[in-house]
Design a protein around this ligand. Structure first.
Ligand code: GDP
Length: 331
């Protein structure tokens, strides 16, 4: 897909028709920093905004993949098409995979109504969130009704990724000890629904009630800000056996209905926040891309040398590089 060729148009056409190969090609181009990818993304953008994006996060091993698999099954039995983005920043080689490398989802791999894509940190747009947004746009333009973004909730990057979803699920399991505390610290604010998976395990009732108490604590401030604020609910599931998944899917639908109610006022507000964040992310990437073309490797190394030799502090060295970028110095 080289610039100047007519290929992006054909690729875009393919994607709008739901063609899997075209979508896979564009996603690969996004990974490969192909300049044609940006052109194609611009062209598909007007055809996005229809899918419902569901974010799933939580610590490793709690059953996010299993739950995703079950939700996919559920949506497929309802006749809805599904896209899955498995974001795995801890894996060095998932970028570029067309089919999920998650074994549990392999059974959906041959279903043309399901498109699974793994994503690591690589990507034309640098950050994890802009790359994920680009992939979501492709799935959306393909016509997928529901897009599930699954990621390990370990850092700010991952929180940002799922915060870009319409409905965010935070998954935990009984007996993780401090886990409710961990959720409180970082993830609580972005959770629309909380899932206690492996709920046949001992301690499930305690985990559920702790989460409910936490929600109750935060309920008043939320409702003061908006009397019709969404109150997160807690669901128990046994994803492996598929138990509780129907109820969870119904709750996702309820959250979607809540977003859409009132003439879509909440959805519009949500969208505006997303657009703002997305725009700022992209401006940051753009600025860095331009800046990088103005900084030579030698200039950067010289800066490091000065800091290492004690001739400069990192702050002053960074200011010198900034001046170089802005054409004000010779750094
Ligand atoms: P992830 O890392 O959060 O995506 O977790 P996985 O979906 O890979 O699941 C981790 C392990 O937990 C796997 O061995 C699953 O088979 C198992 N598992 C997932 N859900 C359940 C469940 O509801 N009950 C039990 N007992 N095991 C489960």
């Amino acid at each position: 897909m080289s610039p100047g060729e007519d290929r992006p148009a054909a690729l875009v056409q393919g994607i709008l028709e739901g063609d899997v190969r075209s979508a896979a090609r564009l996603m690969r181009a996004i990974d490969d920093h192909d300049p044609g990818a940006r052109e194609a993304l611009k062209q598909i953008y007007p055809h996005t905004g229809r899918a419902h994006v569901v974010g799933i996060t939580g610590p490793p091993g709690v059953g996010k993949s299993t739950l995703t698999d079950r939700l996919v099954e559920r949506y497929r039995s309802d006749g809805q098409t599904v896209g899955v983005v498995a974001v795995d920043p801890t894996s060095p080689f998932t970028g570029g995979a067309i089919l999920g490398d998650r074994i549990r989802m392999q059974r959906h791999a041959t279903d043309p109504g399901v498109f699974i894509r793994s994503l690591a940190t690589r990507g034309q747009f640098g950050g994890l969130t802009p790359s994920t947004r680009a992939v979501i746009d492709v799935l959306d333009a393909m016509g997928k009704a529901v897009i599930i973004v699954e990621t390990v909730g370990v850092g700010q990057d991952e929180v940002d990724v799922v915060a870009a979803a319409h409905t965010t699920l935070i998954v935990t399991v009984p007996g993780l000890g401090d886990d409710v505390q961990a959720i409180k610290a970082g993830l609580y604010e972005i959770g629309d629904l909380f899932v206690v998976n492996k709920c046949a395990r001992e301690g499930a009732a305690k985990t559920v009630s702790e989460l409910r108490a936490l929600i109750e604590l935060n309920r008043r401030p939320r409702e003061e800000a908006d009397p019709e604020a969404w109150v997160p609910a807690v669901y128990g599931t046994e994803a492996l056996a598929g138990e509780g998944v129907a109820e969870l899917a119904a709750a996702i639908d309820q959250h979607r209905a809540w977003l859409l109610a009132d003439d879509g006022r909440r959805l519009a507000a949500w969208r505006r926040r997303q657009l703002r964040q997305g725009l700022l992310d992209m401006v940051r990437e753009e600025l860095w891309r331009v800046a990088r073309t103005r900084l030579s490797d030698e200039g950067i190394e010289a800066g490091v040398d000065r800091i290492a030799a004690g001739r400069d502090d990192p702050y002053s060295a960074a200011e010198k590089l900034r001046d170089t970028i802005l054409g004000r110095g010779d750094g």
